[in-house]
Design a protein around this ligand. Sequence first.
Ligand SMILES: [Zn+2]
Length: 213
Amino acid sequence: MGKKGQAPPPATIPAQAADPDAPPPPEPVPPVSVLYCAVCTYPPEYCEFGASLTKCKDWLKEEHPTLFDKYYSEEALQTKLGTLSLEAQQKLEKDVAKKEVKAEAKADAALKKKMASQITIKRIERNKRKHITSVFGLEAFGIDLKKAAKQFASKFATGASVTKNAQGLEEIVVSGDVSDEILEMIEGEVGVLKGIPTDNVELVEEKKKKGGD
Ligand SMILES: [Zn+2]
């Protein structure tokens, strides 16, 4: 402990350079400014713990090429992997791959859900000569129900409107028995009826209950 007023000791003695056998000092790590990955929201150095490393890397390379080099250059990877056992390296790679597969599966699930959505074209008998046709489920394929109803109305020169069914869900109701024609329009991707897999379309018939007349 120095006394007040005493001159500080000369700062000319380097701590380690004097000993050639001493390990090199750790490289100074510059403080990371507040930067978060736009893909996974972790700071970029933690992207590997997220589920989207491949996308994260693309983003970083695009937005912050210097950081990208810092974390993912051959040299950086070698340094990092060098500290891990071969087993640990393989596990790390496997984990990253697994997480990415999971994330992709999640994105796929949303698409699959849409593709699994069923469209029902129902022919409904009102009385012996009169039918109506209801079309349910088009909105799952991004189709504007009002536009579709308008299209049916002009195509069949009949009434068509969007109404709520008994379950409170919207469907299109068209006057007349036009179920086969509507199926054909979906198959032919006519007008707004684009992108619906025909396998998802079901034709059903609702007969009037006996004795109802
Ligand atoms: Zn990220």
